[in-house]
Design a protein around this ligand. Structure first.
Ligand code: MN
Length: 312
């Protein structure tokens, strides 16, 4: 369920550098984007807030009764894909030879490094549900030219807070530390919120908060709808989350955090680089089926890259 990412002009998305400073909570609407046949809520990148920590991409898809979208082989560079499902099943295949079924509550983490390709397939006989998030994490200079890798974590640490049960996808909350690889100081957690909860935050981090179920949650008293994302600037060591209806089943909420990303990056299609030359090289390597991205055992058709708009 990855990408691709473009801004409204189809041009490269540049992150890093100018960051509007705020000392409050900024609530923004998702924009609607298409990934294959499916419409998704794109919460990152946004024009005013390209990254949150190293998190540089967040799509929230579903819930749907039509299953999860199948996506043919396509490449990535310079990023990690984090796939997190709330409903449905997908089969992940990649050019390292990984073949992994992912189910709700499990974490798939793929590190692209210098290059990888993967496909996501519907599972024959699998459920018809489709709900989840697709995230990307920008890789730092230390690892972005390194080897590709794939991890599957069938179980993740859980932390109990007053008002919420928390699963730690990436990073650490209290005593809960995720086994998932993290190349930067970042956090990804899912709360099942059933009452008012004081969520402790790392004050060195900035955070993004997004409801995943159909209900509004209140963040420091401000309403936040499922097609919205809240940005919390560094300097806060706590935020209050409260479901609209405490009598209802719990409301799931995604919280991302991290040390603010300072390096200028360029994102286009499925690539994260530092400039257009790197993106052009990746485009050309994929189009000529260069061994950089390897081969993949998928029946699905390979996805051709669009032509970068900056090329003649
Ligand atoms: Mn992908």
């Amino acid at each position: 369920m990855s990408g691709p990412v473009t801004d409204e002009s189809g041009d490269v998305v540049v992150c890093g550098g100018d960051r509007p400073e705020i000392d409050h909570i900024e609530v923004a609407d998702a924009h609607r984007a298409r990934v294959g046949p499916a419409e998704v809520r794109r919460l990152l990148p946004r024009r005013q807030r390209r990254t949150v920590g190293a998190w540089c991409f967040l799509d929230h898809f579903g819930p749907s009764d039509d299953g999860l979208a199948t996506i043919g082989p396509h490449p990535h560079i310079g990023l990690q894909t984090v796939t997190w499902l709330l409903d449905g099943e997908l089969l992940h295949r990649d050019t390292l030879g990984s073949e992994q079924l992912i189910r709700p509550g499990q974490l798939n983490l793929m590190t692209a490094g210098r290059g990888i390709a993967h496909a996501e397939e519907q599972v024959p006989g699998g459920g018809r549900g489709g709900h989840g998030v697709q995230l990307w994490v920008a890789q730092p200079d230390e690892t972005r030219d390194g080897a590709a890798a794939f991890e599957h974590h069938p179980a993740l640490p859980e932390v109990q807070l007053d008002g919420a049960d928390v699963k730690v996808l990436v990073g650490a909350l209290g005593d809960g530390r995720s086994p998932a690889r993290a190349d930067t100081d970042h956090l990804g957690i899912q709360l099942a919120l059933h009452d008012r909860c004081e969520l402790p935050l790392d004050a060195a981090h900035e955070h993004a908060i997004a409801p995943l179920d159909g209900d509004v949650v209140f963040i420091d008293g401000q309403p936040l709808a499922p097609d919205q994302v809240a940005y919390v600037a560094p300097g806060r060591d706590c935020v209050t989350l409260e479901p609209a209806d405490t009598a209802a089943a719990s409301t799931r909420v995604l919280v991302l955090g991290g040390t603010p990303w300072e390096v200028r990056i360029s994102m286009w299609w499925n690539f994260v680089g530092r400039d257009k030359d790197e993106l052009t090289a990746a485009f050309e390597d994929w189009q000529r089926d260069d061994e950089r991205f390897g081969t993949i055992a998928s029946e699905l058709a390979r996805i051709a890259a669009p032509r970068p708009p900056w090329l003649p």
